[in-house]
Design a protein around this ligand. Structure first.
Ligand SMILES: [Fe+2]
Ligand SMILES: [Zn+2]
Length: 417
C-alpha cells in the first residue's frame, strides 16, 4: 500500500477531526483572568487555581489551522519556526478559554480544558504522576480481576473497564470467551494488533509435543517468568486463550513483579539499588536460526522514581558481564528477586477454565504453571500485543469516558539503561 501524503491541513482533516487547542472535556473550571508577565502568562481559573505558561511554549503549542492539528499531532510550525522571544501583544479570557494576540499578528486560542491538562507547574504536574499500580500477592487468587467476555465486548465502557483492570493489576482474566480458535485474535484485537516474533510466530499453540523445542511445549512446571526477556523490547501484553485444560496439574501461577520490587526496595535497599542500575543479560539461542541477547536492569524506574518495568527470566539469564567487584553483590541482588519470585506468598495460583482468556502486562507480571500430564491435551493459545498500542487505546477511550485520568503518566515498561 502506498502511504498517503498530506499536502495541506485540509488533507489531514479528512482523516483526523480538527480539535484546535481543545480536548472536548466539559465541566472544568473556566479561565477568569490572565496577566502578561516578562516571560510567561499567568492564567487564573474559576476554582481559584492559576498556572504560568511560557510565552514561547504557548506559541509553539498553538494548534490553529496554520500551526498544526493535535488530532494526529502533526505540526506545520516547529520549534525552529518559533521566535524564542515571541511575546503576546494582548490577551483575553474568552468562552472558558484564552485568546492570545501575538506581536507578529498571529492569533491563538486555548481551551480551558486544554490549558488545565497541559499545565506544567505545581499541582498540575503533580497530578499526572499520581498513577500507582495496585500491588498484589498470593491473595489475588481469591479475588482475581475478571471481566466477562460479553461485558468486555459490549461497547466502549466495558472495553475501557477491561483495559483499566489490565493497567491497575497488570493482569485481567476474561471469563466465558468460549473455546473457538478465532476468539484468540478477537481478544488480542481489544488490546491492539498482534506482534509477530521468530520464537512464537504470530499465534503460538502451547501444547505438549513429543519433541519439544521450547519448555512451554512439555508438561514440565514452568517457574514464573517474563516472556522473551532476551528481546531489546520484550513482548508487551501476553494474550492467553485457554482451549483445553487438565483436571490435574496445569495450574496457572502469577507473580506481581512490581510487588516483589517494592518489597526489595523496603527490605533490601542495597539490592534494589543494584537491580535498578547494573545491567544483566538474557539470552536465547536457536543454533542455525537466531541468537537473541540484551542488556538492561532487572528493575526499571521512570523519571519520578516509580517502577516502570521488570525484566527477569531465570532460565534465560546469561552469565553476568559486569565489573568484577559487582559480580558477587549482583548475584546476591538477583537472588533477592528470584527467592521472592518463587515464594508462595507472592504467587497467585488459579485454574484457568477452558474458554477463559488472560491478558498479562509482560513488563510487570510474571506467569508460569505447575506440571501436568503431557498426554492430557492441555492447549493454550498465545500471542502478543505491544504495550504502547494498549496504552494508546486506553488513553483515547479515557478521554471521553474518564477524562480526568486520560493523560496520567503510565509506566513505559522495561528500559535498557
Ligand atoms: Fe511464558
Ligand atoms: Zn497558530
Amino acid at each position: 500500500m502506498i502511504a498517503e501524503r498530506h499536502d495541506s491541513p485540509n488533507d489531514i482533516e479528512a482523516h483526523n477531526p480538527f480539535l484546535g487547542n481543545n480536548l472536548g472535556i466539559d465541566g472544568l473550571p473556566a479561565v477568569t483572568a490572565a496577566a502578561i508577565g516578562e516571560r510567561t502568562i499567568e492564567v487564573s481559573f474559576s476554582d481559584g487555581a492559576s498556572h504560568d505558561f511560557h510565552h514561547q511554549w504557548l506559541r509553539l503549542a498553538c494548534y490553529c489551522q496554520a500551526c498544526g492539528n493535535p488530532a494526529d499531532g502533526i505540526r506545520f510550525s516547529t520549534a525552529i519556526d518559533i521566535d524564542p522571544d515571541a511575546a503576546p501583544a494582548s490577551i483575553s479570557a474568552i468562552d472558558r478559554g484564552l485568546e492570545v494576540h501575538w506581536t507578529d499578528g498571529h492569533i491563538s486560542t486555548y481551551g480551558n480544558d486544554w490549558l488545565l491538562h497541559h499545565a506544567y507547574d505545581g499541582a498540575a504536574a503533580e497530578r499526572r504522576r499520581t498513577w500507582r499500580p495496585t500491588l498484589w500477592r498470593s491473595e489475588l487468587a481469591a479475588a482475581f480481576p475478571t471481566i466477562a467476555w460479553m461485558d468486555a465486548t459490549d461497547g466502549a465502557a466495558g472495553h475501557l473497564r477491561l483495559l483499566q483492570l489490565l493497567r491497575d493489576f497488570g493482569i485481567v482474566q476474561i471469563a466465558d470467551m468460549g473455546p473457538a480458535q478465532e476468539r484468540t485474535e478477537e481478544l488480542a484485537n481489544l488490546v491492539g494488533p498482534i506482534h509477530e516474533t521468530t520464537v512464537y510466530g504470530r499465534i503460538y499453540d502451547v501444547q505438549a509435543e513429543p519433541v519439544a523445542k521450547l519448555g512451554a511445549k512439555t508438561g514440565m512446571a514452568q517457574a514464573v517468568h517474563i516472556d522473551d526477556a532476551f528481546s531489546y523490547s520484550q513482548p508487551g501484553i501476553d494474550i492467553f486463550h485457554c482451549l483445553v485444560n487438565t483436571a490435574v496439574g496445569g495450574m496457572s501461577t502469577y507473580a506481581d513483579g512490581f510487588a516483589i520490587a517494592d518489597a526489595i526496595q523496603s527490605e533490601e535497599p542495597d539490592a534494589f539499588e543494584l537491580l535498578t542500575t547494573v545491567p544483566i543479560s538474557h539470552i536465547r539461542r536457536h543454533p542455525g536460526e537466531i541468537d537473541m541477547r540484551n542488556r538492561g536492569p532487572l528493575i526499571s524506574l521512570d523519571e519520578f522514581g516509580r517502577l516502570s518495568g521488570i525484566r527477569y527470566f531465570d532460565r534465560a539469564l546469561a552469565p553476568l558481564d559486569c565489573a568484577p567487584e559487582l559480580i558477587e553483590p549482583m548475584l546476591d541482588a538477583i537472588r533477592a528477586f528470584n527467592r521472592r519470585m518463587v515464594d508462595p506468598a507472592f504467587i497467585a495460583q488459579i485454574r484457568v477454565a477452558p474458554g477463559n482468556g488472560m491478558l498479562i502486562d509482560n513488563h510487570r507480571v510474571m506467569h508460569g504453571r505447575t506440571a501436568f500430564d503431557p498426554s492430557a491435551g492441555r492447549h493454550i493459545r498465545l500471542c502478543h500485543v505491544p504495550r504502547d498500542e494498549f496504552h494508546g487505546r486506553l488513553r483515547e477511550l479515557s478521554r471521553t469516558l474518564d477524562p480526568a485520568h486520560h493523560d496520567l503518566h503510565l509506566p513505559q515498561g522495561s528500559t535498557l539503561s
